[in-house]
Write a protein that binds this ligand. Sequence first.
Ligand code: PLP
Length: 440
Amino acid sequence: MSSQNTPSSSGTNLDPWYNNYAERAAGLSVSEVRALFAVASRPEVVSLAGGMPYVSALPRELVIDAMNRVMVEQGPVALQYGSGQGVPKLREHILEVMALEGIRGSVDDVVVTTGSQQALDLITKLFINPGDVILAEAPSYVGAIGVFRSYQADIEHVLMDDDGLIPDALREAIARVRASGRTIKFLYTIPNFHNPAGVTLSASRREEVLQICRSEGILVLEDNPYGLLYFDGPPPQSLRSTEDEGVIYLGSFSKTLAPGFRIGWAIAPHAIREKLVLAAESAILCPSSFSQLVISEYLETADWKGQINTFRGVYEERKNTMLSALTEYLPELSWTNPNGGFYVWLTLPDYLDTKQMLPRAVKELVAYTPGTAFYADGGGRNKIRLSYCYPTPDQIKLGIRRLTTVINGEIDLLETFHATGPLATIRTSPSFSAPPPDMD
Ligand SMILES: Cc1ncc(COP(=O)(O)O)c(C=O)c1O
């Protein structure tokens, strides 16, 4: 072996190549809660943690039919490499899907990716030098934070409330970052049924956010995997539908169809789109031809709008169940009321630490995602993301009852160590003084 290929002498026992990694590899940190989630995936645990769509509600026969037809009629194409930008037929279908949200474009504008996660990765790779700033809501999607960190971006959070990103907070963040001499590369935002906060950016704020970004010369990265999964009515028009040049838009079939296909897309201003295709080709050559053709065939032959409607019904029922259970058992707490998507954002008293509490929750057979996962700056200690997308309504009720037991136990524990003080004031409701018995 040549000396260039031997591990550097100062490696560690665990990894002799430790000192050979590029600096950016330090941004790839293991989720602190991953080990717990391995335990949490046991069947007896009610998981309110993941964001897995309820794919059992899909018409499986129709998916199988689409797969069969693709293999019978286009087998050699489906099994072959394809265009780096994606199959043209699917890109036409993507235009139809986006038209439901008021987005117009041409087939040439669309780049098919391996899930929108890959689009996030490619765009970050194209724009970010180490130390560049990405503005992102507080909180933000954990998977985006991971990507941004892996390219050594500085993530600067922008406050939200029940109407989404706060325009004044955006102005302040821009001024603060620029005063520190750093460069802002883009604003990353999830305007609809936010992951994890569950809120939606209001129509008037959409205008204002676009106006700010336009006048400050800041590119917007609009991530919209949940927009079609609304309950009472559709969300306001997407940012991309009013602004072509300053917005990159990301869509996905993961939540409206199935994540197993790993197909998402980006629609970007012309010059960015060219670079994006080059970056995609260099990363993966092309997205899966098979997946693209199956989705295309499915969209051509199945009642996909009806099927999205079915998903809406399933998720709305689950959300209602979760909010009723929270109202019944944890009325002192506050939470968001999403009008679509998968997530409720729960706020606990500020002296509770939800990451520390998680092992006790898993012991009580309920799992959630602690708030700190969604902040790049250690925020969210007393927050919890609850997902209602995957568990059945009965499991959701059971999960919230177990969570109540855990929160009560945590408060009891803290009260034991702080016999007097503000902690006592929260325990006013029967649900806190007498936790419900577990159902099993
Ligand atoms: C906001 C957001 N963006 C992107 C993704 C990635 O989705 P996919 O790569 O499956 O399209 C997710 C998945 O949960 C998400 O919630």
